[in-house]
Design a protein. Sequence first.
Length: 136
Amino acid sequence: LHRVDRRQRQMCIRDSYNTYSVIYRKMNDEEEKMDGNNYVSSTSNGNEPGKGAAIASLVLGIVSIAMWFFGMGALIGLITGIIGLICASSAKKAGFVGGMRTAGFVCSLIGVIGSALVFVACVACVGVLGTAAALS
């Protein structure tokens, strides 16, 4: 057991597997509100830090996959995939733990790899067609 100083409060949180975990978090006095005998944190209103970045990462990863898979634009897919990877790392730095961040990272990574391969293949095709036109 470790000692908890006066500025830390023990919080019981529910994770995505419907189990409860005990964490220790430093809280400021203006962050807490007394509700009877229970302390209520300002993050208990459903706004988890990094959740918006995780959602953005997932959406951008799916858009990136759709762009190169359906042939709409490998360059746009590459850009959205890179932005999705940045959003996933931003969500991780903010402390968001969940499957949405992981799914966004994986979708963005697949989108970046697929878009890069399609983009390189398109550039190679244009180069071969340019060489064939110059020789004839």
